[in-house]
Design a protein around this ligand. Structure first.
Ligand SMILES: Nc1ncnc2c1ncn2[C@@H]1O[C@H](COP(=O)(O)OP(=O)(O)OP(=O)(O)O)[C@@H](O)[C@H]1O
Ligand SMILES: [Mg+2]
Length: 360
C-alpha cells in the first residue's frame, strides 16, 4: 500500500508538471508570434510603405505566409508528444513478443502429431507457484481413455492448477505427468496444446464478430463447420436470432452476451478443434435453468469420446462422471463414484450437503 501510494504521488506530480509545461509553453509561443507579427505590421506601415507605394499586398501576403510556415511547426511539436507515447506503448508490446517460451520442449526429435488415445496419469505431482507455498502436495491419479473425471474441492484447493500443469502453462517441481504413458515434457507444447482442449472458468471474448471469436481467426475453419458445431452445442438458433447472425459484434469482453451464452460459445470453440483430451473448468456463477439445461446437453456432447477432466460445480455434471476426485488444500482426499463417496460420509458428503442441501 505504501509503495503504491509513493508511485501514485510521483505519477500525480509528474502529470501536474507536464500540464504546467504545456500550459506555459504554448501561450508563450503564441504571444511571441503575435508580437512579432505586430512589429512587422507596425514597422512596414510606418517606414516601408512611405518609401514605396503599392506594396500593401506584399506585406499582407508576407504575414499570411509566415503563419503558413509556423502552423506546421507547431503541429510537429505536438506530434512529437504523440510519437513519444507510441514508442513507450510499442516497447511494452515488444517486451511481450520477445519473451522466450517459458518452457522449451525437452524433446529434440519431432513426434508426428498423432492423436492421443487420452490416458492421463499424475504420479506424485508436487507444485508451487511461489517457493515455500506448496499448492499441490503429491497428486496421483489415472484417467483411462474416454473417462470423465470430476474434480471438486473448495476454492483455492488447486483444481485449476492441476489443469494448468497438464497443458504445461506451468512446470511442476516433482513427480511426473504422463499422457499415453509418456511424460508431458517429452511432447512439444504445440502437440499438447493442439490435443488438449481447455474451456476456462471465465471465458474471454475479443471485440469482433461471433465467428471471429469461435474460430479465433483461424482461416482454415469454414463457416459451415462453425455452424455444424454450434448446432451440436445448441447455440445455432440463438446466434441466428442476433442481428447479423454469426457476424454480430460481441464487443470487448462479450458484454453483449450472457454468462451462459459465453460458456456455450467457448464450448463451440473447443468442439471445433476436436481435442482428444478435454479440460472443462465449469463457471461457478449461477445460470438460469433454461441455459443450465442447454449447458448440460452441450457438456454431454463435448465430453463424448474424449478423456475429460471436469472441474465441476453442478450436481448433474458430477453424477455423470466415471469418477469423482475431491481435492482439499492440494491433496486428493477422496475418489470414487457418487454413491461410494456418499457412503464414505467424508469430505464429499459434507461438500455435497453444503452445496446441494437447498431443494432445487
Ligand atoms: N498464478 C499464480 N501465482 C501464485 N499463486 C497462485 C496462482 N494461481 C493460483 N495460485 C494459488 O494457488 C492456489 C490454488 O489455486 P487454484 O486456482 O488452482 O484454485 P481452484 O481450486 O481452481 O479454486 P477455484 O474453485 O476458486 O477456481 C490458491 O491458493 C491460489 O492463491
Ligand atoms: Mg479454479
Amino acid at each position: 500500500m505504501e509503495k503504491f501510494k509513493v508511485i501514485n504521488r510521483q505519477h500525480r506530480d509528474a502529470n501536474i508538471k507536464a500540464i504546467f509545461a504545456y500550459s506555459v509553453f504554448f501561450p508563450v509561443v503564441e504571444i511571441v508570434l503575435a508580437l512579432s507579427i505586430g512589429l512587422v505590421v507596425w514597422w512596414t506601415s510606418k517606414e516601408a510603405l512611405h518609401l514605396q507605394e503599392n506594396q500593401q499586398g506584399t506585406v499582407i501576403a508576407f504575414i499570411l505566409c509566415l503563419n503558413l510556415l509556423f502552423r506546421p511547426l507547431r503541429v510537429l511539436a505536438d506530434k512529437f508528444n504523440v510519437l513519444q507515447m507510441g514508442i513507450i506503448a510499442s516497447e511494452r508490446v515488444f517486451k511481450v513478443l520477445d519473451n522466450p517460451e517459458a518452457a522449451p520442449p525437452i524433446a529434440t526429435q519431432t513426434i508426428n502429431p498423432v492423436r492421443f488415445k487420452g490416458k492421463i496419469e499424475f504420479e506424485n505431482v508436487k507444485f508451487s507457484y511461489l517457493p515455500d507455498v506448496p499448492v499441490l502436495k503429491g497428486i496421483s491419479f489415472v484417467a483411462q481413455p474416454g473417462e470423465t473425471v470430476a474434480l471438486i474441492g473448495h476454492t483455492g484447493s488447486g483444481k485449476t492448477s492441476i489443469t494448468g500443469l497438464l497443458t504445461r502453462l506451468y512446470e511442476f517441481q516433482e513427480g511426473d505427468i504422463r499422457i499415453d504413458d509418456k511424460s508431458v515434457t517429452s511432447y512439444s507444447l504445440d502437440e499438447i496444446r493442439s490435443q488438449v482442449g481447455v474451456v476456462l472458468q471465465d471465458v474471454f471474448l475479443f471485440s469482433g464478430s461471433i465467428l471471429d471469436n469461435i474460430t479465433l481467426r483461424n482461416p482454415s475453419i469454414t463457416l459451415e463447420k462453425v455452424e455444424e458445431a454450434s448446432r451440436m452445442i445448441g447455440l445455432h438458433d440463438f446466434i441466428m436470432k442476433l442481428p447479423g447472425g454469426y457476424h454480430y459484434d460481441v464487443r470487448e469482453r462479450g458484454v453483449g452476451l450472457s454468462m451462459g451464452q459465453r460458456q456455450l460459445l467457448s464450448f463451440v470453440r473447443a468442439l471445433l478443434y476436436n481435442p482428444s483430451i478435454l479440460i472443462l473448468d465449469e463457471a461457478t456463477s449461477s445460470i438460469d435453468s433454461e441455459s443450465e439445461q442447454l449447458i448440460q446437453l452441450a457438456i454431454d456432447t463435448l465430453i463424448k469420446g474424449r478423456t475429460s477432466i471436469v472441474i465441476a460445480h453442478r450436481l448433474s455434471t458430477i453424477r455423470k462422471a466415471n469418477r469423482i476426485m475431491v481435492l482439499d488444500k492440494g491433496v486428493l482426499v477422496e475418489s470414487g463414484t457418487h454413491e461410494q463417496l456418499m457412503a464414505l460420509n467424508g469430505h464429499y458428503a459434507r461438500l455435497f450437503r453444503m452445496q446441494f442441501s437447498t431443494p432445487q
